[in-house]
Design a protein around this ligand. Sequence first.
Ligand code: ZN
Length: 301
Amino acid sequence: MRRVFAIVLAAGIALAAAPLQAQDLGPHVRKVRDGIFVYAAKPADANVTIIETREGVVLIDTGQTPAESRIVSGIVKKLTLHPVRFIIHTEPHGDHTSGNFVFSPPAFVVAHAGAAESMKKANFEARNKQLIAAYPEMREALQGYRLVTPHIEYSQKMTLAVGERTLELIYLKNVHSEADTAIWMPQERILWAAASVGVKRYPNLRPFLTIDDILASIRMMRALNPEVVIAGHGEPGTTQIFDEMERYYMLLLERVGNLARLGKSLDEIKQELRMPEFDDWAAKERFSSNVELAYKAVGGK
Ligand SMILES: [Zn+2]
């Protein structure tokens, strides 16, 4: 594995330092495996993964904002002399993709079919303006901004081989956005689950999603038997992330189903339903969208 070594020249003696560790790369960087690092400044931020290979770097997503993408670019430069060759998107939303321009060219962007269309519709320019209004330093990070949509869109499944690494891209249907991708590294046994699951956080369930599809995706990903699971947002973990999410949906379906069978309306269920087991989860404002989808799943009209 190619590494950058800090060479100290003193009195004619060259000392090679140890390979860079996560703590040498700056705050909020976590080493998952040799040459694989995850970055997110805040727990709720979208994760970025940096994967070193002997033929250059693969990034998974580009960070919550372009300012985060600049930080990631700095981390990559500390790690290796190679550029980012590929960016894989777990989803097309701006908190995962709006930093493409920082790396491309030369990086090629890969996503599932539908991603480019979703990005073009999303109006990232408006998002960028809001970011600048909230964080003046964002203006500098956005220098040279362009919308860079995927160069390669795959359908259902794709294998990307870069250097010694193999990444399998797997489409996740109806779990979060119009184009969600799980990424599986079979040798390293690491799985990126996209936003099909959250970590102690209520999911953002849009009306076109289905809980059945989400549960099917969770079962498919668990069957790969990963050692590390990395969600779109939240700390890297294990298949416990799947267990907890599945438990949440099963209880949600059971309770919404019971109330629906008692003849309760959707509005009444939203008022009455309690999920005390998940009181410590963030993003509670999304709960009502969760009840709506569960109501549909149990046959409520
Ligand atoms: Zn999203």
